[in-house]
Design a protein around this ligand. Structure first.
Ligand code: UT7
Length: 387
């Protein structure tokens, strides 16, 4: 099954490896929550939210949806776009601040749902900067000849950890996922470089206090809403406006280019005013900035890949554009990366290819169920294997 779906890449020598994006996809839940809907829950208004953040609406998970369901949906689209079989993925990295569990990792659950039987999988938590951190790790793993194909996902179900009675946070966040397939190629280009930064002294300004080992879950933590996002908005705002432009300048300098060489900037979609401030500091025309916050709100790790998918769809990102990705978030973390968008748009899948793909996923689900049953039978037969 895997060889039928696989695209065999050009032979790549260990000395010349570049990490190109060859597939991309996004997914957001169907349910839309407008500013007027939020105004029914807390003391706010559509006018205030639009003026202070640029957000008009956000997509929010249904009860039966979660970070994994969004990650899998986005990943399937990215793999289809690249015409890659899940069996050909060597590594899955999921950037998320709202993982399915503390463990197992969201990435492992995605691996199972996709039937990516040859992939290592792990989560990466750098809050809203996770996707840039994950791209950096994926590109370095490819360039160092450790792996050939990596699935990089940014996925969030932040609505599940949002306090819907706190107007300082519930107006901002949205759910969804975006995914890239990155693959080794011998042609120069792809993900060029990144700069990654952190300042843990700012950790308290954006956090989920309880549920970890520092403050384990208890009746008191639940009663006190300590499992929800807590944020000092003004502090995060000031930090963001301080680091966005300088991160872009540092990443450009490291790549040996200038800000003028960048065709399109894809900033983390946290607040339109933060993006406008970075636009001014960098002295770049507004048309070079991708802004999608009005439709999705702040989707944290998913905001950059969702923005890229939207910008490609609208023709704002074109082949051979040089992109600057820049983000900031809890940790505090921030970072920027230079990405050459140089792989030609792949042709759409044929009907037969799509059918094969859906059979593959159904087969993967059956195999997963079968393995779980086998594990239970083993436990019944052998009991406690340690004895
Ligand atoms: O991915 C990273 C995650 N976080 C961020 O990027 C967040 C960065 N921060 C922000 O985006 C902004 O700080 C917020 C949108 C959260 C808040 O906007 P702000 O312009 O910084 O508002 P503020 O906190 O300075 O509050 C201004 C006023 C206050 O009233 P007074 O004291 O001036 O009378 C607030 O009580 O607006 C009031 N206010 C609201 N009014 C209506 C605060 N939140 C709301 C609200 N609706 N939701």
């Amino acid at each position: 099954m895997s060889t039928e779906l696989a695209v065999i890449p050009d032979p790549v020598t260990a000395a010349q490896r570049y990490a190109h994006v060859i597939g991309w996809g996004m997914h957001v839940p169907e349910k839309i929550v407008t500013n007027d809907d939020i105004a029914k829950l807390v003391d706010t208004s559509d006018e205030w939210i639009q003026a202070r953040t640029g957000i008009r609406q956000r997509h929010v998970a249904a009860e039966n949806e979660s970070t994994v369901t969004f990650a899998v949906a986005a990943a399937r689209k990215a793999l289809a776009k690249a015409n890659i079989s899940p069996a050909d993925v060597d590594l899955i990295i999921v950037g998320t601040a709202s993982p399915e569990h503390i463990f197992p990792s969201t990435a492992c659950l995605v691996q199972d749902a996709l039937g990516a039987k040859n992939a290592g999988a792990y989560d990466l938590l750098a809050a809203c900067t996770s996707f840039i951190y994950a791209l950096s790790q994926a590109a370095n793993a490819i360039k160092s000849n450790e792996v050939d194909t990596v699935l990089v996902i940014g996925a969030e179900a932040l609505s599940k950890i949002t306090d819907w009675s706190d107007r300082g946070t519930c107006i901002l966040f949205g759910d969804g996922a975006g995914a890239f397939v990155m693959q080794a190629r011998s042609e120069p280009g792809g993900f060029i470089n990144s700069i990654l930064r952190s300042d843990g002294s700012g950790g308290p300004s954006l956090m989920v206090p309880a549920g970890g080992t520092g403050m384990p879950a208890s009746t008191a933590t639940v009663m006190d809403n300590q499992h929800f996002i807590k944020m000092n908005g003004r502090e995060v705002f000031r930090f963001a406006t301080r680091v966005m432009a300088s991160a872009c300048q540092d990443a450009a300098e490291r790549a040996g280019i200038t800000i003028d060489d960048i065709d399109i900037f894809v900033p983390h979609q946290a607040n339109k005013r933060i993006i406008e401030s970075a636009t001014k500091k960098l002295k770049v025309p507004e048309e070079k900035m991708v802004v999608t916050i009005q439709d999705y709100g702040n989707t944290s790790s998913a905001s950059i890949p969702i923005a890229i998918c939207e910008a490609i769809e609208k023709g704002q990102i074109k082949q051979n554009d040089t992109l600057m990705l820049v983000a900031f978030g809890g940790g505090l973390t921030w970072g920027a990366g230079v990405l050459q968008w140089d792989v030609p748009p792949p042709p759409p899948l044929t009907r037969i290819q799509e059918t094969r793909r859906s059979i593959f996923y159904r087969y993967a689900r059956i195999k997963s169920v079968f393995r779980r049953i086998l594990r239970r039978m083993e436990a019944r037969i052998f009991g406690d294997g340690a004895k």
